[in-house]
Design a protein around this ligand. Structure first.
Ligand code: NDP
Length: 446
């Protein structure tokens, strides 16, 4: 591999410290990116080479050739300086607030980008279908589509790739995964974390854009796709795009197919939490939701008639991160067998990464009485943390795990009826205490 440079725009921020640098460190430790140098940039005067090197040492845990360049990335002159400082083709990572990313891309139109430049963009990609399309048009004026990496670190997770192995590398589950046998699918990402001082970003995004429009729809795409011929970028992304093109709200009425809520004061693990509306930096009048639920239809031959329920919430007492496939009841249980009426379920956990198959069998004691059992397996951890996998894809020019331009727009198309209805006040904003299991109403099944 030739020399190359990673330029992080927004290198003093939370993403860089908490996820990007640790991922980079793990990747570098595998020895897969020799000759990499790193440039950190942000606009705050409080940063210099020494402080940045310390940040890299603390967060990445590797000894790496790096320097700090102060830059206002909305200015073409500053961007030109950054690109000129790169050894080899740069990978430019936009670890910036979304509005600043759009302005930095516009400024890049006035910069000569070296052959081989890659642009790496964070979610949320745009803020609507129209703005995502505008950003896509702008980006393709800068570099070819195959060098644009729209990051979704959930897709970097080995767990999600494990779904493909589970579905397509055996004959056991796949014949059952269709509307003949499946009653419903849930994809849930409830976390105990609250706002964590991220009001500047989150209060403009909310749970729908932060989690469902991005991560959870990507998981749906992998869970519901037809078998790709291979795992190369073209095949894999085509099959995922097929599913998302076919996905729409379950009914035409967002009031029955969506739910939104915001946490009030409460406590989690003994820690007292303010209500979301009182968190520093939050504008309560924005009525930003901290929990969102959607019911979607995937209008394909395989999935027609099966509801896909997506939910994500913050400040939930017990975190739950899993996809659950609930099967229909058996056509007939022989007379004389009694007991458990719970449906069979296949559960794929996203942390801890695990698989469970829940079903009813004749249990101990009375053999005519059914009992629920669970067969469980661990997927095991991947070689790299999610951002390590994301960066490996960037440095190897492999866009398999990144979001293609049309898919980024489709994901906004899917949620747009909901965002419009919420904005118009057609769906009430419910409340739930921090530390609870969410609002008492829910669109999830039992
Ligand atoms: P932060 O607010 O913590 O950091 C933003 C960074 O952008 C700061 O370094 C800031 O530098 C810099 N910046 C802002 N304006 C300019 C400018 N004009 N020129 C140069 N630098 C500028 O945000 P996050 O790190 O949390 O998020 C960054 C992106 O990553 C967002 O798109 C977010 O959605 C996404 N993301 C974040 C995750 C997270 O857990 N944090 C997870 C997944 C995605 P300065 O202080 O100098 O202004």
């Amino acid at each position: 591999m030739t020399d190359q440079t990673l330029i992080i725009l927004g290198a003093s921020g939370d993403l860089t410290a908490r996820l990007l640098l640790p991922g980079l460190g793990a990747l570098l430790k595998t020895g897969q990116v020799p000759g990499l140098s790193l440039i950190g940039a942000a606009v705050d005067d409080g940063w210099d080479d020494a402080r940045w090197r310390q940040r890299v040492a603390d967060s990445a845990g590797v000894d790496l050739e790096t320097r700090w360049i102060r830059a206002d990335v909305t200015r073409a002159d500053d961007l030109r300086t950054l690109v000129a400082a790169a050894a080899g083709p740069p990978a430019v990572f936009f670890a910036l607030p979304p509005a600043v990313t759009a302005r930095a891309c516009e400024a890049l139109l006035d910069v000569d980008l070296p052959e081989g430049t890659r642009l790496v963009l964070e979610k949320p990609f745009g803020s609507s279908r129209e703005s995502a399309a505008d950003l896509n048009r702008l980006l393709t004026r800068l570099v070819p589509e195959e060098r644009i990496h729209r990051v979704d670190h959930f897709l970097g997770k080995s767990t999600v790739l494990n779904i493909l192995g589970l579905r397509f590398a055996n004959r056991i589950f796949e014949p059952l995964l269709n509307n003949t046998h499946v009653a419903s699918v849930e994809i849930v990402f409830d976390e105990s974390l609250a706002l964590e001082n991220r009001a500047g970003y989150y209060d403009h995004a909310g749970a729908l854009a932060d989690m469902i429009q991005s991560h959870l729809l990507q998981i749906l795409g992998v869970l519901a796709m037809e078998a790709p011929i291979s795992l190369d970028a073209g095949e894999f992304r085509d099959r995922k795009a097929d599913v998302l093109r076919a996905t729409r709200l379950w009914t035409t009425d967002p009031a029955t197919s969506s739910l939104r809520a915001r946490y009030t004061a409460g406590s989690i693990s003994g820690k007292t939490l303010l209500s979301y509306a009182e968190e520093p930096g939050v504008d309560p009048a924005r009525r930003t939701e901290t929990l969102a639920e959607l019911v979607l239809a995937v209008d394909t031959w395989r999935w027609s008639g099966v509801p896909f329920r997506l939910r994500s919430g913050k400040a939930i007492g017990s975190s739950r991160k899993e996809a659950v496939i609930t099967f229909k009841k058996p056509p007939r249980v022989p007379d004389g067998l009694t007991g458990c009426d719970q449906p069979d379920r296949l559960r794929i956990g996203f942390g801890p990464d695990a698989l469970a198959l829940d079903f009813n069998i004749n249990g101990p004691g009375d053999p005519f009485e059914l009992d629920p059992v669970s067969l469980e397996a661990s997927f095991g951890a991947g070689e790299l943390p999610p951002y390590g996998e994301v960066l490996r894809g960037v440095f190897e020019d492999d866009p398999t795990l990144s979001i293609r331009a049309d898919v980024a727009e489709q994901c906004w198309r899917i949620v747009e009826p909901v965002t419009s209805a919420w904005r118009a006040g057609e769906v009430p904003l419910l409340e739930y205490p921090a530390g609870s299991s969410g609002p008492s109403d829910s669109l999830l099944g039992d």
